[in-house]
Write a new protein. Structure first.
Length: 208
């Protein structure tokens, strides 16, 4: 597989990006995101927490039915570098099984909570067949609710062809995130960008 590392961006000349959303699903915010992407005929990737899928399985099924990608964000959102390899493996495995049950498909991508990784965590994810996914706009810190303008400024500054963006649709109030995503999607759509799942975006490299 070569060197294992977090993937933040894909090298492509196509105007395409991947929006990703962590910590859901959520009955209010996830549905709002589905509406945003439906209007631009775009797709996104939702890095879901196993516990939240169990709580809102109908929402997870709605995400899958709309053609979006569901990816693994562990079962209970721990820092995987601070628990045993066995516990980390169980966190990944449990959510893997939940996603398979809900979607009927094997999840392809994984995002470690807090981006907390070491060689052991990355190797563990790879053993499950996962690609570990980062982002280009971590500086936007939407999870801290720093304001819509702040989120937009930091995300615009990081945006290039092939970018993977991180936002959050669960674990707290997310109105700022929803509004920032609405604006960003509108701007990029007007500029001719396509909105792909992470797997689709990674596939652009394979076709190059």
């Amino acid at each position: 597989m070569g060197e294992i590392a977090l993937v933040h961006q894909v090298s492509t000349e196509e105007k395409a990006v991947a929006f990703t959303f962590d910590d859901g699903p959520h009955p209010l915010y996830t549905k709002q995101l589905l509406d945003i992407f439906r209007k631009v005929n775009g797709k996104a990737t939702f890095f879901m927490i196993g516990q939240e899928i169990e709580a809102f399985e109908d929402i997870a099924k709605e995400v899958h039915a709309a053609g979006h990608e569901i990816a693994n964000h562990t079962y209970s959102h721990p820092d995987l570098t601070k628990i045993t390899p066995e516990e980390a493996g169980e966190e990944i495995k449990r959510t893997d099984e939940i996603i398979r049950r809900v979607t009927g498909q094997s999840p392809m991508n994984f995002r470690p909570p807090y981006f907390a990784v070491n060689e052991e965590v990355l190797s563990l994810a790879a053993k499950f067949g996962y690609r570990s996914i980062g982002c280009v706009n971590g500086g936007a810190k939407d999870w801290e609710q720093p304001g819509v303008d702040f989120i937009l400024e930091r995300t615009r500054a990081a945006c290039k062809k092939g970018s993977i963006f991180i936002f959050h649709d669960g674990y707290g109030e997310r109105e700022q995130t929803i509004e920032a995503v609405r604006v960003m999607v509108g701007e990029l759509a007007a500029d001719g960008y396509r909105f792909l799942t992470v797997s689709e975006l990674l596939g652009l490299v394979d076709r190059a």
